[in-house]
Design a protein. Structure first.
Length: 52
């Protein structure tokens, strides 16, 4: 699941660089870093919750 999410996140970042998504907070091309922060937080939560 995390591989699928990371691929989706990369596709969204590239698409946002080509044409901004228009979502609140993501209206400029330079805002693609916010998607990376959301992905990092998601992966951090996944690592903390994952049972070992």
């Amino acid at each position: 699941m995390s591989k699928l999410f990371s691929l989706l996140l990369i596709v969204m970042m590239v698409a946002h660089l080509v044409r901004p998504l228009g979502l609140p907070g993501l209206r400029q091309r330079s805002d693609f870093w916010k998607l990376a922060v959301v992905g990092f937080v998601f992966f951090a939560i996944t690592v903390l919750i994952r049972p070992e």
